[in-house]
Design a protein around this ligand. Structure first.
Ligand code: CMP
Length: 138
């Protein structure tokens, strides 16, 4: 397995002032920040990023949500990064997220769930390269 994953702190969490709290949980969880920026997805970016969900009934809502304000995009490094980060963020639905997870603490709903974590090594590489040039990775 690759040792990198990609994350976004989503607009809901940025709006509520949770960037610092979430970054603290990420670094306390043993992840090293390789790349990071405050940015905003365009509608085209979000449609491309979530293309796998294009046929889902919530797709329009998802694109609108993810483009409504700035996000923090970051590449993270740790052994077993993809799997360990998904454990740290918790279930998609915060009502099902385990105690001690980022979504348990900061997510409000299944849609506005505070953070993204890549679901595979392949997608982590694609998603990271979408946001960062090689010279922005440390
Ligand atoms: P994530 O798993 O990061 O990527 C897909 C996103 O789709 C997911 O987070 C949620 O934000 C969103 N999503 C999944 N299921 C639903 C749903 N039933 N209603 C609204 N949004 C959803």
């Amino acid at each position: 397995a690759s040792n990198r994953t990609f994350t976004m702190i989503k607009p809901d969490a940025v709006e509520k002032g949770h960037i610092g709290g979430i970054l603290n949980m990420i670094t306390e969880g043993g992840f090293r920040i390789v790349a990071m920026k405050l940015t905003q997805l365009t509608v085209a970016d979000a449609q491309k990023f979530y293309a796998v969900h294009a046929e889902r009934p919530f797709f329009g809502e998802l694109v609108e949500f993810m483009t409504r304000g700035p996000i923090v995009a970051a590449i993270l490094e740790k052994d077993n990064a993809v799997e360990d980060f998904r454990a740290l963020i918790g279930a998609t639905n915060p009502a099902e997220a385990a105690e001690g997870t980022i979504r348990k603490k900061y997510a409000t709903s299944i849609g506005e769930n505070a953070v993204h974590g890549s679901d595979s090594d392949e997608n982590a590489a694609i998603e990271g390269a979408f946001h960062f040039a090689g010279r922005e990775m440390f």
